[in-house]
Design a binder for this molecule. Structure first.
Ligand code: DMJ
Length: 632
């Protein structure tokens, strides 16, 4: 019904009763236009303002609604082959649907392509090529990744249209059975990452795949060394040989450069030691010995708690400029490597130096039921910044190395075991909670007596460590907890629109919460981290439950969709909640090759003796080191 127009009153109803409604479209248009003209300028402005506001609201709510309504979106459905849903267990609360069960946007040429072109920070012709080919191929086959690569839905990786997988599996089978298909997919992912590194970052620390350049951290070929044993394990002989040639001819540690003790130990010393064990080639032991001895000045401190930084050329060491503290996780997660170096070289000084740290930390005050603070002072050897307890950054691998040293040494070092068992009880008592509405078990943090439901993706190493402990004879309830936390870590991927986990998740605990997880704007990035895949590997090894392999397979495909760069390499992304514009960060950390892809491969292998967990213990950078023979 028509509302009379008067000053200060706005009508947007153009109908003039049932009579006028029957006069047809033309008369209705004219009538509307007349009414519009009759309005005052103020009234028109208000109407326009309301319309603009409605438009903005519509745009802002678009992605959520789009996913909600996905069931009706038959177009997008046709370009996506969802995974079969996990069968629900009795008594298990229903979990949110998986991203692969949702219907993804069927828009062509995702916005990221245009934005990248405009920014000019990538090879335009490459992006154009990708866009063009994606338009065609999207119509007649698989899924399109944001960088334009075509995902073969049968294999979950880039492939040719005829789908012919000419690759042989590592065991020589044609890649037809699921195990071989997945193993080949990881080999392909590695080759793709390696191509980027080789083309644009060869001999440098890290690839920047979008800008087709590199970044330097220590200037030691970090990615190449971190990836050595991965190539060996993945049976990539050609790639391994070219990397080995670089180590033999180019790698020198006689450099005036400051390196971080922890990172150099876990990635370089650990990588060289494990490659030596796998290949038996003394080149790698010699290099390990060289870098190990150059790191020793870090231990020359008043407390014998090492400094964070060492100049490996000058033989000097120092803490960061702003503090005399070191990080607890850093000083307590170098033991596996230095102990092994001592065993191989028969030189006890390495082992003595790192054992001293464990001895001191064992005795320190300031723990909460076995949980440690994040910092320790290199002058007085005391914990600092006390009162904050986390299983995430700066504390994580302390717990991991308590267990793993005990295993490495043949389960004889009782003090390590005691500290580990006490810490797990401390976690249960102080940090474990359940989320709402689905009751996911998660590990939060405590800050000065206050619980925070914040969980770093880094914490997802814990299910694997708990499972490893249980496999080695520790209480079976550790395994129960491992299973629960594994589910939670998987949900940290599943509940995101890209199916990739953010760096940090906040769990909801209020009864009336509608979703389990929240992610802050600043925490939406994914750095290609390994922890969840690592834990999936342990859980699958010990349970043989194929769901863990299937979860890993989903994650690998999502890396291929959102992180793979067409010209080579994978990139970390800024926003796991925006599948249309995940926003590449232009960095591939060395741990993607050193850890993430290696754990994928081991997860998909059905051979329990392939890098047997009765013979090897993985360092915190996924480098397998031998469990010591009992005679030693
Ligand atoms: C790796 O360098 C190691 O796993 C370390 O212990 C923690 N962070 C990264 C990977 O996320």
């Amino acid at each position: 019904m028509h509302q009379p127009s008067r000053q200060g009153y706005v009508s947007i109803n153009c109908r003039q009763g049932s009579g006028s409604y029957n006069k047809g479209k033309q008369s209705r248009k004219q009538s509307c236009w007349r009414k519009w003209k009759q309005l005052s300028r103020l009234q028109r402005s208000i109407i326009l303002f309301i319309l603009v506001l409605m438009f903005i609201c519509l745009i802002a709510s678009y992605p959520t609604e789009h996913f909600k309504d996905g069931d009706q979106d038959t177009d997008s459905n046709s370009i996506l082959k969802p995974f079969p849903p996990e069968p629900m267990k009795q008594g298990q609360p229903p979990l949110p649907e998986q991203p692969s069960q949702r219907k993804l946007s069927n828009k062509r040429g995702p916005p990221v392509l245009n934005r990248l072109q405009n920014k000019g920070n990538t090879d335009t012709s490459d992006v154009e090529k990708a866009t063009d080919s994606s338009k065609k191929k999207e119509e007649d086959q698989g899924i399109i990744s944001w960088h334009g690569a075509v995902i073969d839905t049968d294999r979950g990786t880039e492939g040719t249209k005829d789908g012919g997988n000419k690759e042989q599996s590592p065991t020589g089978q044609k890649a037809k059975d699921p195990e071989a298909v997945r193993l080949v997919a990881v080999q392909e992912a590695f080759r793709h990452a390696w191509k980027g590194y080789k083309d644009f970052a060869w001999g440098h620390d890290e690839l920047r795949p979008i800008s087709k350049s590199y970044s330097e951290w220590f200037g030691l070929g970090l990615t190449l060394i971190d990836a050595l044993d991965t190539m060996w394990i993945l049976n990539l002989k050609e790639e391994f040989e070219e990397a080995k040639a670089w180590v033999a001819t180019e790698l020198t540690f006689n450099k005036n450069v400051d390196v971080n003790l922890f990172e150099t130990t876990i990635r370089i010393l650990g990588g060289l030691l494990s490659t030596y064990h796998l290949t038996g080639e003394t080149l790698f032991l010699d290099k390990a010995n060289d870098i190990g001895s150059r790191l020793m000045p870090a231990f020359n401190t008043p407390s014998k708690i090492p400094y964070s930084d060492v100049n490996i050329g000058k033989g000097t060491a120092h803490p960061p400029h702003w503090t005399s503290d070191s990080t607890v996780a850093e000083v307590t997660s170098i033991q596996l490597e230095f102990r092994e170096l001592s065993r191989l070289t028969q030189e006890p000084l390495y082992q003595d130096a790192v054992a001293e740290i464990m001895k001191q930390v064992h005795k320190l005050d300031g723990k909460l039921d076995g949980l440690v603070p994040m910092f320790i002072n290199t002058n007085n050897g005391q914990f600092t910044h006390q009162g904050i307890y986390t299983l995430g950054a700066r504390a994580d691998s302390y717990y991991e190395y308590l267990l793993k040293q005990w295993i490495q040494g043949g389960k004889k070092e009782d003090q390590l075991l005691e500290d580990y068992l006490q810490a797990i009880e401390g976690i249960k008592k102080n940090l474990l909670q359940k989320s709402s509405p689905n009751g996911l078990t998660f590990v939060g943090e405590v800050s000065h007596g206050q619980f925070s439901p914040k969980m770093d993706h880094l914490v997802c190493f814990l299910p694997g460590t708990l499972a490893l402990g249980s496999y080695n004879g520790l209480p079976s309830d550790h395994m129960d907890l491992a299973r629960q936390l594994m589910e939670t870590c998987y949900q940290m991927y599943v509940q995101m629109e890209t199916g990739l986990s953010p760096e940090i998740v906040y769990f909801n605990m209020h009864q009336d919460s509608t979703r389990d997880t929240d992610v802050k704007l600043a925490d939406r990035h994914n750095l290609l981290r390994p922890e969840t895949v690592e834990s999936l590997f342990y859980l699958y090894r010990f349970t043989k439950d194929h769901k863990y392999q299937d979860w890993g397979w989903e994650i690998l495909q999502n890396f291929n969709r959102y992180s793979k760069v067409s010209s080579g390499g994978y990139t970390s992304i800024n926003n796991v909640r925006d599948p249309d514009y995940p926003s590449p960060r232009d960095k591939m950390d060395s741990f993607f090759l050193g850890e993430t892809l290696k754990y994928f491969y081991l997860l998909f292998s059905d051979d329990p003796n392939f890098i047997s967990l009765d013979q090897f213990v993985f360092n915190t950078e996924a480098h397998p080191l031998p469990i010591w023979p009992s005679a030693v």
